[in-house]
Ligand binder design. Structure first.
Ligand code: ADP
Ligand code: ZN
Length: 440
């Protein structure tokens, strides 16, 4: 595999000592709280109800006194209710892909677009980007933040952007090949699909110039990283973000591939207990909560992401001091409770991809039969395996069932399906069909 050089886009910001980060966060938090209290009726109302005034917030230690915000607030205040500046200051609207219901939108001032661009530029450079690179952006362009976000970041770095947007797999591969793209930005599930199609189209990995990829917008596992790195012979890096905060680039992996650095000079991250909302110490797993401290258009105070992970502020071998978040292990709203056992799709993915002969395409189907939950795991076999003998296939089926039982703790029906039978997504993959009709 190609080696990624350890490059840092903005060393002054990314390697600031922890004390200076805290000082900056304290000062900017105070400003932001005052700004939203004075300009956004919802924040003023919530703070008044909680008995907190802007002057009570002296720094990050007082963060927990501020009320949370939620996706429902963005829906209720749709489209402009949460803007903290006059509409003429807004230069961009982006929206969530709506994977979890009705779309929401966020308004950006020029400052906000610039802050976001800086975050993505840092992410791409951490994945090895430079002026010499040709970056193929295969995230969708439009309201979804992936396409434009990656595009702006790549332009700031001075790389050559290939703005493909999502879809049209054959053309993606043809352009990647003919233009000699060196980096790829898309969802990990679509990247897998591209990698598989590459072989089917008769290309050889060696004919491509790709050296790395920034993959995000959906959860993925280390096992998926291994697949991607071997499919394309690249380094695969994780990039995280959400529309409410700005888009991709809120956090990104460096060459150490050991957690994603959070752009803490622009956002404050907390982990809270998803049930009680109580802040949890670094290292404990819980729900990630963000407060923006440099956004002016639509600042977010203690926004609950529903994403589950851990935080780590120990030094990283790359030299950055920015704290790191682990991979997202699930979303509080993606958690399945099967016969009382809590589980996330990522746990199943981890099990599946460790078993030879299994392709990284799966679907979890949950039903309730006679008041009992039933989990069916549909998973594709690789081409070679599919043509194998029945007894070989049964062996795999049993191995998957046993591994799920022992690692995840639930019994599942395992259905092995032919290659390419699970629907592919050009953006975020859909992994769960829950037929129980339970309200979350
Ligand atoms: P939505 O998917 O809710 O419509 P967005 O398009 O803004 O909204 O996506 C943000 C969400 O995508 C995050 O809250 C997180 O759940 C998921 N996500 C983004 N990047 C990653 C990543 N690298 N790993 C895991 N999940 C991610
Ligand atoms: Zn690092």
């Amino acid at each position: 595999m190609k080696v990624t050089e350890n490059k840092i886009y903005n060393p002054a910001a990314e390697c600031m000592d922890r004390e200076s980060i805290k000082k900056r966060q304290d000062a900017l938090l105070k400003q932001t709280v005052e700004h939203v209290y004075n300009n956004v009726p919802l924040y003023r109302k919530r703070m008044d109800e909680a008995g907190v005034k802007p002057e009570d917030i002296r720094g990050t230690e007082d963060l927990h006194r501020l009320p949370f915000t939620n996706k429902t607030d963005l829906r209720d205040e749709f489209p402009y209710g949460l803007l903290a500046v006059p509409q003429e200051e807004i230069v961009r609207i982006q929206g969530s892909s709506g994977t979890t219901g009705k779309p929401i939108v966020s308004g950006y001032t020029q400052n906000d677009v610039d802050v976001w661009t800086e975050m993505v530029a840092r992410s791409l450079v951490a994945a090895g980007a430079g002026k010499e690179d040709k970056i193929q952006v295969t995230y969708g362009y439009g309201l979804f933040t992936g396409g434009l976000g990656a595009h702006q970041g790549a332009s700031a770095v001075g790389s050559m952007v290939i703005p493909m947007s999502s879809g049209n797999t054959q053309r993606q591969l043809m352009m990647m090949h003919d233009l000699g793209a060196t980096m790829l930005c898309c969802t990990p599930s679509y990247a897998i699909f591209l990698g598989e199609s590459l072989q089917e189209m008769g290309y050889n990995t060696k004919d491509f110039k790709l050296k790395s990829g920034c993959f995000g917008a959906e959860p993925w596992t280390e096992e998926m990283r291994d697949k991607l790195e071997s499919l394309f012979d690249i380094n695969a890096y994780n990039i995280y973000g959400l529309t409410e905060i700005c888009g991709p680039g809120v956090a990104f992996e460096c060459c150490a591939k050991d957690g994603m650095h959070i752009n803490e000079d622009h956002v404050i991250a907390e982990i809270v207990d998803p049930k009680t909302g109580e802040p949890l110490p670094y290292g404990e797993s819980g729900e990630l909560v963000f407060t923006t401290i440099t956004k002016t258009g639509m600042p977010m105070i203690r926004y609950r992401t529903h994403d589950i992970c851990t935080l780590d502020a120990t030094p990283c071998s790359c030299g950055r001091t920015l704290a790191r978040m682990s991979r997202i292990t699930g979303r509080t709203d993606d958690m399945l409770i099967i016969r009382g056992v809590n589980m996330f799709p990522s746990q199943i993915e981890e099990v599946l991809l460790k078993i030879p002969g299994v392709a990284p395409h799966y679907m979890l189907i949950v039903d309730r039969v006679n008041s009992t939950d039933r989990l069916e795991v549909q998973v594709e076999l690789t081409e070679d395996m599919f043509s194998d003998t029945v007894s070989e296939i049964e062996k795999i089926q049993n191995a998957i069932r046993e591994q799920i039982k022992s690692v995840v703790g639930v019994s599942a029906n395992v259905k092995l399906v032919p290659p390419k039978s699970i629907p592919r997504s050009e953006g975020k993959a859909k992994r769960i069909i829950d037929n129980r009709g339970l309200t979350k």
